[in-house]
Design a protein around this ligand. Structure first.
Ligand code: NAD
Ligand code: MG
Length: 361
């Protein structure tokens, strides 16, 4: 029986995690739940699972620390949205607890510091982002030394076939209609601009220690192949399932085991699988992310921060869809060459990039 602490329990990842635990009571229990708002939902979950909770809007990072100390979970699922997920990841690793990591910002903003912490505390970081969960699983099976290339799949988002002219006119509600995945608002907008795939390219280079030349993106509209690795002999190995985050979340919860579960097994018949080149020119966020990953220093922090500010402005009807990329491009023209040596410096860079992005609005 594994005791699971769920950070961001009211969100899309949190809800899927709780669904797994609800359906597999012999394997998992809920140690605690957190959310930023919605106390009534937290109270409901406390009653249902007989667990503790923290409203992070009021308690902040102290609430998470208190829950970890009080409940001593076996694993923590970090399903917090955005850069707010970084410090909670640090706290989990500081407490020497395994981290099932959906919060990609943790990796994008501070991988060297996070990796060092995990290594020195002998804890596992298990990727939950579907593409990285797939790659993690494939690399474990093929062995790292045999893998020459990682190929991350992208649905292409709702605007995959839109012309430049059409892209200029898209609205918030258009951007929120994801063709294959049902996710939180921020990541759904990021999927429409391909900023999400950009964050995932950065995430893959960091998690799997590969340079950008060996991390490729392929547009695969059906979202059935979750990622692919190429081995030295040129062969491709892919992971396939329905597009349901419960699969990668489940895999992270049982790691390093592989167990049967209640989820519907994928039926191979009557599907088409298509693969296309990304349209880098029309979706420049992907190129900016590649360049940030290559330049290193504080550039990936700046990419993430600028995008968060721009997406927030787009959601609040202050800017148009294409302005998200324009603002990010402007911010990345500034100097972010200095590499942060501690978490405080990471947040300094984050604040600076947000200030620049704010000036662009
Ligand atoms: P969401 O918006 O649905 O939920 C976010 C959760 O985080 C909520 O419970 C919210 O209360 C909490 N939260 C928000 N701001 C917070 C703050 N400042 N402090 C503490 N808690 C806060 O988000 P989501 O779609 O579930 O995504 C969560 C993370 O997982 C993101 O990093 C996202 O990129 C990643 N991810 C999500 C999916 C998906 O299918 N939703 C897939 C892959 C990766
Ligand atoms: Mg993903």
């Amino acid at each position: 029986m594994k005791k699971v602490l769920v950070l961001g329990a009211t969100g899309s990842i949190g809800t899927s995690t709780l669904d797994i635990i609800r359906n597999m009571k012999d394997d998992f229990s809920v140690a605690g739940v957190t959310a930023n708002s919605n106390q009534s939902k937290l109270t409901e979950l406390e009653k249902e699972f007989g667990c503790k909770s923290s409203l992070t809007k009021d308690e902040g990072i102290d609430g998470i620390k208190r829950l970890i100390d009080a409940t001593k979970p076996d694993i923590v699922v970090n399903g917090i949205a955005g850069s707010a997920g970084l410090l909670p990841s640090k706290i989990v690793l500081d407490s020497k607890i395994d981290l099932a990591l959906a919060n990609k910002e943790t990796v994008v903003m501070a991988w060297p510091l996070i990796k060092k912490l995990a290594d020195s505390n002998d804890t596992n970081i298990i990727p939950v982002d579907s593409e990285h969960s797939a790659v993690f699983c494939l690399i474990n099976q093929c062995q790292k030394k045999n893998v020459s290339e990682i190929i991350i799949t992208a649905s292409g988002g709702p605007f995959r076939n839109y012309s430049k002219e059409q892209l200029e006119k898209v609205t918030l509600s258009d951007a929120l209609k994801h063709p294959t995945w049902n996710m939180g608002q921020k990541i759904t907008i990021d999927s429409a601009t391909l900023a999400n795939k950009g964050l995932e390219v950065i995430e893959a280079t960091r998690l799997f220690d590969m340079d950008t030349d060996h991390v490729k993106v392929v547009v695969h509209p059906q979202s059935l192949v979750h990622s692919i690795v190429r081995t030295n002999d040129g062969m491709l190995y892919a992971q396939i399932s329905d597009p349901d985050m419960k699969h990668p979340i489940f895999q992270s919860l049982v790691y390093p085991e592989n167990k049967s579960n209640y989820l519907k097994p994928f039926d191979l018949f009557d599907h088409e699988l298509n693969f296309y080149k990304p349209r880098y020119e029309d979706f420049p966020m992907l190129s900016y992310a590649y360049s940030a990953a290559e330049k290193n220093g504080g550039y990936t922090i700046a990419f993430n921060a600028a995008n968060e500010v721009a997406v927030d402005a787009f959601v609040n009807s202050k800017i148009g869809f294409l302005d998200i990329a324009k603002i990010t491009e402007k911010v990345l023209e500034k100097d972010f060459t200095a590499t942060p040596s501690d978490f405080e410096q990471v947040f300094e860079i984050d604040r600076l990039a947000r200030k620049y992005a704010g000036e662009c609005l």
